[in-house]
Design a protein around this ligand. Structure first.
Ligand SMILES: NC(=O)c1ccc[n+]([C@@H]2O[C@H](COP(=O)([O-])OP(=O)(O)OC[C@H]3O[C@@H](n4cnc5c(N)ncnc54)[C@H](OP(=O)(O)O)[C@@H]3O)[C@@H](O)[C@H]2O)c1
Length: 421
């Protein structure tokens, strides 16, 4: 029987431009090889992170996760110009030849943006996961190939659009970054994974120590920043809790950030860093450690704050987590990388998937996922990000509108875009 599916295709160099392409497929068109599952996306979400996948996809193989299907019409079948980007969420397993994944069950993970079923070759992994091992995905960092398996009974919650399903789709991956930063990268437990620093210093327990540090967060209303700030606030012992976690927010996000209660101080991006430092840093010597986390702030913001702070505080580090919402051609990014400019202050770049694998290599996946699931369940049960309003859309037409809104910078951080397909 012929069925019509829709996939989102982006212009690789102009990824704010999307094309939603209908594809007619006769199902089941091919039988599954051994150890394969065929999946169909059912719940997907959109955040600034999806834009990053398009912006940096050429560096991290993110365009290759779900290649253009052979039936893609011209000109969209030209993989040098067009491609597909993933979104986090749930997919239904519509066919399976793998022992541990039943037809009708669900997987959570890095999914194709569209309704077209896709085939994953999988192997069992620890912690209730399976890992995709398709040849074309072997260059990907392991986290993108790991899928958590849920029983068929999840269908009820998915169809009821329960908040928990939306949080898993929209926030779980971002929470995992905040969790890694708080529990491992900046941990005093001697289990910090190695982090590459611009100064080539070894990531020591001293580097990982945040006691008495001043923390600044850019794009503090982002899901990733909110999760990190929450973890900092609730999981650290009273004695090691941080005195100041300062949010530096744009006007679009500031009310949401203030109302969240996650930060001890909230200032505007238009504030003068020197004035803020005078007020906040008053009781701190210039020997204090200051860490600036950039969760994808507006252009030039990180550099402005990093220069100002590092002029005064010797022990300063900029932690680069995200990049703002922008359409930047790959040539511009390559030109920046080629210039290889090194600022005078220390920077570290976070790649959560790589960090997670390093942590797992140190403590084992069972311990890692047990700890993660516990913190994540507690966060969800407490209502997840305070003030986050879930807005459910229907199908690919609504997702198309969501992508356009996200690219235009009009989606307030309080709006959580989730789609049932
Ligand atoms: N390195 C890693 O491993 C890793 C892991 C997870 C996430 N990330 C990155 O972290 C960043 C945040 O991701 P998220 O999913 O948490 O994002 P999100 O919730 O959608 O972030 C929303 C925030 O983006 C900021 N923003 C920057 N430029 C904007 C623009 N032009 N229009 C509207 N808002 C803009 C806003 O903060 P202001 O209004 O205050 O500017 C807003 O609060 C992304 O760059 C993502 O790729 C990186």
């Amino acid at each position: 029987m012929a069925q019509e599916f829709v996939i989102q295709i982006l212009e690789k160099e102009h990824y704010f431009t999307q094309h939603h392409i209908p594809l007619v497929v006769t199902q089941p068109s091919v039988t599954l090889d051994a150890s394969c599952i065929r999946i169909q996306s059912k719940v997907l979400s959109l955040t600034a992170n999806n834009i990053s996948y398009a912006k940096l996809g050429f560096l991290f193989n993110w365009w290759d996760v779900y290649p253009l299907p052979p039936s893609t019409p011209s000109p969209f079948n030209d993989a040098s110009r067009y491609g597909r980007i993933c979104a986090w969420g749930f997919a239904e397993v519509v066919a399976s030849t793998h022992d541990t994944v039943a037809v009708g069950s669900y997987i959570w993970g890095y999914l194709p943006t569209g309704t077209l079923p896709e085939t994953l070759e999988v192997e069992k992994a620890s912690g209730g996961h399976v890992a995709a091992i398709n040849q074309h995905r072997r260059g990907l960092s392991a986290g993108y190939n790991r899928y958590k398996v849920y029983p068929a009974s999840l269908k009820t919650a998915i169809e009821a659009r329960e908040d928990s399903i939306a949080y898993d789709s929209l926030v779980r991956a971002m929470f995992s970054t905040g969790y890694l930063l708080n529990r491992f990268v900046f941990s005093q437990d001697q289990i910090s994974p190695h982090m590459e620093s611009s100064t080539s210093r070894t990531w020591s327990s001293e580097a990982a120590d945040l006691s008495n540090a001043l923390i600044f967060c850019l794009a503090p209303g982002s899901k990733t920043a909110m999760c990190f700030a929450h973890e900092l606030r609730v999981t650290r012992a009273e004695s090691t809790r941080l005195a100041h976690v300062v949010a530096v927010s744009s006007d679009l996000s500031i009310q949401f950030v203030k109302d969240s209660g996650e930060y001890s101080t909230v200032v505007s991006t238009s504030s003068d860093p020197m004035e803020v430092l005078k007020c906040i840093g008053g009781g701190h010597s210039t020997q204090s450690k200051v860490v600036l986390f950039d969760f994808g702030g507006r252009p030039g913001l990180a550099e402005k704050w990093a220069s100002a702070i590092s002029n005064i505080y010797e022990k300063f580090v900029l932690v680069k987590v995200g990049s703002g919402i922008s359409e930047t051609p790959s040539s511009d990014i390559l030109a920046i990388l080629a210039r290889g400019e090194r600022p005078s202050y220390e920077t570290i770049q976070v790649n959560a998937s790589v960090v997670r694998e390093r942590v797992i290599a140190k403590i084992g996946s069972n311990i890692y996922f047990e700890g993660f699931e516990k913190d994540w369940a507690t966060f969800k049960d407490s209502g997840c990000i305070k003030g986050l309003e879930l807005t459910w859309g229907n199908g690919m037409k609504d997702l198309e509108k969501g992508w356009t809104a996200l690219c235009s910078g009009k989606v307030e951080p309080s709006k959580g875009l989730v789609y049932s397909l």
